[in-house]
Design a protein around this ligand. Structure first.
Ligand SMILES: Nc1ncnc2c1ncn2[C@@H]1O[C@H](COP(=O)(O)OP(=O)(O)OP(=O)(O)O)[C@@H](O)[C@H]1O
Length: 336
């Protein structure tokens, strides 16, 4: 059953930043989708659009179908109900997302009282249950955010996201502010909860390795577009798009023009979304760009084995050779 379907989602901020451009994504119930990309590629804008949390300065078009209902056009009353009970979001940096002057138990209880119409006693019991579920003693309900460690605060955020039994969790860089050991614990916790409760997960990170560990499928975003999508293990181990390769550090180094590329770092920055380059937006940084890439942008198209990629070098079977026929007569031939 399809849980989430994003169709041709485009978000443009006042000032002309085209933060998300024509994104199509599908998530089945219980499926885990990772969205990867460098800072500024539009990941958070996409996450916020899924729950209609974008500021008024964002112009949004397309569809976000959650359980078949379009979140972008539904009445605000329905949006508020859907936000906790249909889908909820875990932000990065729990210290900023939690209210410093309220006990964490009261903050977790708030959506339960509001959306589940629970009694105070019922909400208190549910809070205790949720805290234990995320690995915290129930007594922690009486703590204020500053009395908790970063990892404990992120556990509270996860408990809050689960409070109204949603079908989908959107996690935007849920472990970015944490040290490596705690990061692994929180990722393990998210994986366990999602599996136990058969939840859908959209997890956003700049770290492809983290996503490959946690998710079934991966989407790689660059300059507001998904440039590659497919089964997590394959995308991580053998990305088709040069940007996906750069993110996973898997560029081949022998006898390939890409060997100029530092595997762990990609030179340059993503383009300004208000002044995107013509053609493929990755071409100015792409170590294997052809002349055609500066002129023509590529659709995200099937590339075999349930994968999609938006690169002229990638054919319908995922094989790089297919490009020869397509670019013949359009300028420089591919070197390999
Ligand atoms: N409220 C806003 N008004 C104008 N531009 C914005 C706004 N929010 C984001 N942007 C711009 O949209 C682009 C995408 O930002 P977004 O935060 O979605 O990217 P990201 O991939 O999540 O990056 P990060 O990991 O740094 O949050 C950026 O260029 C950003 O400057």
């Amino acid at each position: 059953m399809t849980l989430l379907q994003v169709r041709d989602l485009t978000v443009t901020y006042d000032g002309g930043a085209r933060a998300v451009r024509g994104v199509d994504l599908t998530l089945a119930a219980g499926q885990k989708l990772g969205v990867a990309g460098e800072s500024g590629c539009g990941k958070s804008t996409l996450a916020l659009a899924l729950l209609r949390l974008l500021p008024a300065s964002a112009k949004v078009t397309g569809e976000v179908l959650l359980g078949g209902e379009d979140v972008l056009t539904m009445k605000w009353g329905r949006v508020r109900a859907v936000r906790w009970a249909g889908a909820s979001i875990v932000f990065q940096g729990a210290m900023h997302s939690l209210n410093a002057v309220h006990r964490v138990g009261d903050q977790i209880a708030e959506p339960i009282l509001l959306h589940k119409r629970a009694t105070r006693e019922g909400a208190r019991r549910k809070v205790a249950e949720l805290l234990e579920h995320v690995g915290l003693p129930a007594a922690r309900a009486a703590s204020y955010p500053h009395e908790l460690s970063g990892g404990q605060r992120q556990r509270v955020m996860i408990a809050m996201a689960l409070a109204c039994d949603p079908e989908l969790i959107v996690a935007d860089e849920p472990t970015t502010a944490l040290d490596v050991m705690i990061q692994a614990q929180i990722l393990g916790l998210i994986s366990r909860l999602v599996a136990e409760q058969d939840l859908g997960l959209v997890m956003i990170s700049h770290d492809l390795a983290v996503l490959a560990d946690t998710c079934d499928r991966l989407a790689v975003m660059y300059a507001g577009r998904v440039v590659e999508e497919g089964p997590a293990a394959q995308v991580y181990a053998d990305a088709l798009h040069p940007y996906g390769k750069a993110l996973s550090g898997s560029f081949p180094t022998i006898g390939d023009p890409a060997s100029r590329f530092a595997p762990r770092g990609l030179p340059g920055d993503p383009p300004d979304p208000a002044a995107l380059p013509p053609g493929c937006t990755f071409h100015p940084r792409c170590p294997v760009a052809l002349d055609v890439c500066a002129r023509d942008d590529q659709e995200l198209r099937p590339a075999g084995a349930g994968r999609r990629a938006a690169c002229v070098r990638v054919g319908r079977t995922g094989a790089a050779e297919d490009v020869r026929a397509r670019v013949r007569g359009q300028g420089r031939e591919p070197e390999h």
